[in-house]
Write a protein that binds this ligand. Structure first.
Ligand SMILES: [Zn+2]
Length: 413
């Protein structure tokens, strides 16, 4: 006997499905009887949402007018602000963001923990504390993140080692913040060295610029191949990729496929922030459609909510992010919107290397039911009606109520 049976739902490919759950796992639905049945007619069921690129500790920081400042100024100012962070206030801010995500169907967040001379271990320790508080609700996978560089920041390397020693599974960096090409190259090597030493995965924010001469993604991928990081590498942004020749782009796609690397792309940042001190035009995005056509998985980087960079907008609801991605990447057909839905579910899980995230028997019973016929409808309406299943139990539910009073008055009695 199963603990839960979801009956009469439609999966994202349009098939009618019954899903049986026992002990937090999906089991074969044949002849299933369950203690609890959800009659899911009118709902699409999909794997739950995954947020694969997030800066939880940057959420709800007191706003500052940073949006129109150069990226380097933004980062320096964020550093000074971090000096005032305490574990207690950081846990509180992180929890506020996680509650919003959990209610909307997110079960896994891969979050950066800044370890640097400003934050020391406060962000890392706060994320560990939040991970404990949200156990069984949202899984937090920590990326150790020396935000101000392992070379420029004299304390960063020691702090990063401390966090990796403690068991963190990812080491990441934004190598371009080292500014000088030799230092950027050394920074990339240092991250790979640490990942090798501690047996972790590596993560790179690459080319957060549309300047074509910035092509660090190529260096990251070549070194990843040399060092055997297939399946152990994640990259983000790659905005300058679209400015390269077709030949160069395809060379890069081939390396991405070979490394089985998913790319986190941020439509929000690409539209909102300018480049090199300019506010307009936006930095733009990696060529998302072309990446997909060439067999590279794309996920969405939602970044942070209520940050110093953008005090408003950027609501941490992946469904909304996917709609924004659909606009920005021109994914407006049924298939395009189905791809955008995959970005916030299976591709997010793939980038995060989350095990057992799916709907086949044996998968974790972390599911999202939305009142929609298919991904296209879900991404058009943003589905206010959702049921979140976590570990086989209903974890959150939202309803929608709309009354058109003016029309009711016109109807004859
Ligand atoms: Zn980021």
């Amino acid at each position: 006997m199963s603990n839960l049976l979801i009956r009469g739902a439609t999966d994202p490919e349009g098939r009618n499905v019954d899903i049986a759950i026992r002990d937090g796992r999906i089991v074969d639905a044949e002849d299933a009887e369950a203690a609890e049945v959800i009659d899911a007619g009118g709902y699409m069921v999909s794997p739950a949402l995954v947020e694969p690129h997030y800066h939880l500790t940057s959420c709800f920081v007191e706003p500052d007018e940073l949006v129109e400042k150069p990226f380097e100024t933004q980062i320096d100012k964020l550093g000074r602000r971090k000096q005032a962070f305490t574990i207690e206030d950081t846990v509180e801010r992180v929890s506020r963001a996680l509650r919003i995500m959990a209610a909307r169907g997110v079960v896994h967040v891969r979050s950066y923990a800044d370890v640097d001379g400003y934050a020391r271990m406060v962000c890392y320790d706060a994320l560990k504390e939040a991970r404990g508080r949200f156990a069984g609700i949202v899984d937090i996978d920590i990326v150790v993140f020396p935000q101000h560089g392992l070379i420029s920041d004299p304390l960063a390397l020691g702090l990063a080692r401390e966090a990796l020693q403690d068991g963190a599974r990812w080491i990441g960096t934004n190598p371009q913040l080292e500014r000088d090409p030799d230092r950027i190259t050394r920074e990339i090597d240092l991250v790979y060295d640490l990942a090798e030493e501690f047996g972790t995965r590596a993560d790179f924010h690459c080319d957060e610029t549309d300047r074509p001469e910035s092509l660090w993604i190529e260096v990251v991928l070549r070194k990843g191949l040399e060092r055997g990081f297939k399946g152990r590498l994640a990259v983000a942004h790659c905005m300058s990729l679209g400015k390269q020749t077709a030949e160069k782009r395809h060379e890069i796609y081939a390396m991405m496929r070979e490394l089985d690397v998913a790319v986190a792309v941020s439509p929000h940042a690409g539209l909102l922030y300018g480049d090199a001190g300019a506010f307009m035009p936006g930095r733009g995005m990696a060529p998302v459609k072309e990446l997909i056509e060439n067999g590279v998985r794309v996920a969405i980087a939602q970044e942070a909510f209520g940050s110093m960079f953008a005090p408003h907008l950027m609501l941490p609801d992946p469904v909304w992010s996917a709609q924004l991605m659909a606009y920005a990447a021109k994914l407006f057909t049924d298939e395009g919107l189905a791809e955008a839905w995959r970005m916030i579910t299976e591709n997010g899980a793939l980038l995060s290397r989350r095990e057992g995230h799916g709907m086949t028997p044996g998968s974790r019973a972390d599911l999202l039911l939305v009142r929609a016929a298919n991904p296209a409808e879900a991404l058009t309406t943003l589905v206010p009606e959702r049921i979140v299943i976590r570990d086989g139990r209903v974890a959150a539910r939202s309803t929608y109520h709309e009354e058109l009073i003016s029309l009711q008055r016109q109807e004859p009695s």
